[in-house]
Design a protein around this ligand. Sequence first.
Ligand code: GLA
Length: 395
Amino acid sequence: MELINNLVKNFKKEFNKDIDAKTEVYFAPGRVNLIGEHIDYNGGKVFPTALDFGTYAVLKKRDDKVFRMYSENFKDLGIIEFNLDLLKNTEKDDWANYPKGIIKTFLDAGYRIDSGFDVLFFGNIPNGAGLSSSASIEVLTTVILKNLFNLNISMIDMVKLSQKTENEFIGVNCGIMDQFAIGMGKKDHAILLDCETLEYAYAPFVLKDASIVIANTNKRRGLGESKYNERRASCEAALEDLKAAGLKINSLCDMDSETFESMKHSIKSEEAIPRVRHAVSENLRVLEAMKSLKSGDIEAFGKLMNASHLSLKNDYEVTGFELDSLVEAAWTEPGTIGSRMTGAGFGGCTVSLVQNDKLDSFITNVGKKYFDTTGLKATFYIGNPGDGAKKLGDY
Ligand code: GLA
């Protein structure tokens, strides 16, 4: 509550709003993916959870067509201003391109938005760390638009328009997982999502004796976005090769391991073969992980997380020195049930399941080992599964 009161106060100060002007407050979480990495765009199954930290927005509707946006995370950029009639991705508008893109995508989809608003954002998810700060502000903006302009739109459609914005306005060819987890998250649950059909099921994910620990390598992703698009493109090309060879599949994850082994020779690019092997094996690991959860075998779930990391390292090649060092440090630590990179990779965060009675020593020792290997300080967070994006209230 104190956080929100402070944000409301700062909003009124930044925008010179009189002190009793009524403002609206919204929240969208970040997400962490437990298993099922780099397969959302390959028609696979993924198992993310929304977090109980994310992005907040305090705002007030305007009577004209002007949007004024301020982020507490990028104070030096000041207030970024743009007009409803000119919604273009421009470098100088930096982070504000995310909410701007959402507004544009909504207008293009025929939703009526006829005025601007003043908004202050604040995120307590680290930016660019693989916990989906960008999807968080995207989905947050969709919830704002729905409420402010009384739009008749479902959360699933808001999720889809957020992904469309990221693909077309921002230029990152992401799958649907992040926006889905952020829009549809449910406290104390993870979501098993079939990315081919968008069928989903909530699975309780509060472990009796263990916690989700997120560790940030504090290595920025750098060229991650272009490499991400490359991985996706090579999977798509491989799918076309397999179809041309007569395989009746809609996506790479429709294959089982035997089919992959017998058909891999028809994939034209040598480099794409291990990529496809990852997609196929990761999807099978998600299915195995669901079985382990159902039978209460959290140790088996942890082993599948470890195997997922190795596949992302060796076959998909999206880990790198920092992520590998942090995960390997976790693997040697007593109390670690499983540990892997999470999100797009190329830097960013790891996710581990750790026994509660070993949490403190885990953080101290893994932090130290990681520092000794890389010279970087990791930051640790406990990841509690939280609710999806929503309006918090009027203040
Ligand atoms: C990023 C993308 C997601 C997904 C993950 C990897 O977070 O936004 O769509 O592809 O990488 O699993």
